[in-house]
Write a protein that binds this ligand. Structure first.
Ligand SMILES: [Zn+2]
Length: 477
């Protein structure tokens, strides 16, 4: 009932918007429709603030800070105060609130057997019931395909991970990544036919879910070679940055699977000179290829590992991945301004799917940006009064950044130094102890910024499901 009411409100909102954007110029339907949706996974507002200080100092700014229109987004899911990445992204992509861990299905879909509470997933395979457990709901990418737009997904996670998955797949449990991979491969068993001839550009990690089980490192439990199937379906498949660079913008179908699992954290990519593209490089190539379609494009770009670094309570990695995400936004704005001056037919939206428990502690003096000789916001907390170390009740110094929960909370520890806490692998301390890597999402509202056509419609405090209707209305998809 609640859902019907919501869908009704969306329909009214869309109807109210349509005359304004479709009315006077009869030729508007032939104008390109370009939507680029940026999702910083787990990029809560404290992470954004800390990343700004990390990169540019307190008085500096990120590209995100300069987006002309902003809003706040409420992120709770259909069944949880604190959402996971599947229903939160699905809310943006489908306009429907669904249960935690569900990928683009109706609200009655559960990732767990309601009687036994057993999960419908084992490894990367699912046993989702084929009846009585919800139905698929259309996604923005499917609707963009129906409107003959070029479509793309770019991520630093596995392309089968929750956030990218909800743009193109439908499944009762996000961990069924073998099934999710099959939904991406045109003509193959289990393909999502609502994608027409297939998503045009897919770039990220996760090769293991596309390789037959006979290949070392494969996560598949069958003998299908999805890379070969993609090539048969007309895709050029690349696995290195040096190959991606050479892909011509006339290429129609492109898949890049650069790592077996998730791509490297940006700090590690930079440190090891791996032949992996940056998020900005992938975004740039995706726009080059997709912009050949004169109808326009729908491109989703995820900074997916901000979330992973926060789960690990390694703040430095999270902040660097946030900066890499911000760099990709700048590349997209610059490229689209060149293609579509003034962004008259282009909307770029930047948001996050949920918060984390990162906090900015105490009354720290200004630190300025992080450099090889200045830990900046990663350092120990020093008072604004005299720049002396601030101590806890036990006489211990502590870091400016901490977490609400996480594994690093020692009963006794040696004195921390700036060198220790500014290391790439340092795990910030947390108030509530958890298992290693199990820091949780937070329930706070998240930031949304927008630029370009219709950006002014993104304002106030929005429900995450409202974003879908706004994009649909602005472009009459
Ligand atoms: Zn997430």
């Amino acid at each position: 009932m609640k859902q019907q009411l919501f869908l009704g409100l969306i329909a009214i909102a869309v109807a109210a918007i349509l005359p304004a954007c479709g009315g006077s110029s009869g030729g508007s339907s032939s104008s390109p429709k370009n939507v680029i949706f940026f999702l910083g996974d787990g990029m809560g507002m404290t992470t954004m603030t800390a990343a700004r200080i990390y990169k540019a100092g307190e008085d500096g700014s990120l590209t995100m800070d300069n987006l002309p229109e902003t809003a706040f987004v409420k992120t709770y899911s259909n069944d949880a105060q604190v959402t996971d990445s599947a229903p939160s992204m699905a809310a943006y992509m489908t306009g429907i609130k669904m249960n935690n861990e569900v990928v683009s299905m109706t609200p009655d879909t559960s990732a767990y057997d309601k009687t036994t509470l057993a999960s419908y997933v084992s490894g990367a395979d699912t046993t989702c019931p084929t009846t009585g457990n919800g139905k698929s709901v259309p996604t923005l990418i499917e609707l963009a395909k129906k409107s003959n737009l070029a479509t793309g997904i770019v991520t630093t996670t596995r392309v089968t991970h929750a956030t990218p998955a909800v743009t193109y797949a439908h499944i009762c449990h996000r961990d069924g990544e073998n099934t999710i991979a099959a939904q991406l491969v045109p003509n193959g068993n289990g393909y999502n036919s609502a994608l027409g001839d297939g998503i045009d550009v897919v770039l990220g990690g996760g090769l293991a879910y596309f390789q037959p089980k006979t290949t070392t490192g494969s996560k598949r439990t069958d003998t299908r070679d999805l890379v070969a199937e993609l090539q048969t379906a007309g895709y050029s498949v690349v696995s290195k940055n040096s190959e991606l660079i050479k892909v011509a913008s006339t290429q129609k179908k492109l898949v890049g699977l650069f790592t077996s699992s998730h791509m490297s954290y940006d700090l590690d990519r930079l440190a090891t000179s791996a032949d992996e593209p940056s998020l900005a490089a992938m975004t740039s190539k995706a726009i080059d290829v997709l912009s050949a379609n004169k109808n326009g494009m729908f491109l989703m770009v995820e900074g997916g590992r901000i979330d992973h670094a926060l789960h690990e309570t390694t703040a430095k990695k999270a902040l660097q991945d946030t900066v890499a995400f911000d760099d990709a936004i700048q590349v997209a704005i610059d490229k689209m301004q060149a293609i579509d001056p003034g962004l008259k037919n282009t909307l770029i939206v930047v948001t996050a799917d949920h918060d984390h428990t990162l906090v900015l502690n105490g009354y720290a003096a200004l630190t300025g940006k992080t450099t090889p000789t200045n830990p900046g916001i990663l350092g120990l907390l020093r008072s604004y009064i005299d720049n002396a170390l601030t101590l806890d009740v036990s006489g211990n110094a502590f870091t400016i950044l901490g977490f609400g929960n996480g594994e690093s909370r020692l009963a006794t520890r040696t004195a921390l130094t700036d060198a220790t806490v500014a290391a790439d692998t340092y795990h910030q301390e947390a108030a509530i102890p958890t298992a290693l890597g199990s820091e949780t999402h937070g329930g706070g509202d998240v930031f949304l910024g927008a630029i370009g056509k219709g950006a002014e419609k993104f304002t106030g405090v929005l429900l995450n499901t409202e974003i879908f209707g706004l994009i649909m209305g602005i472009f009459n998809l």
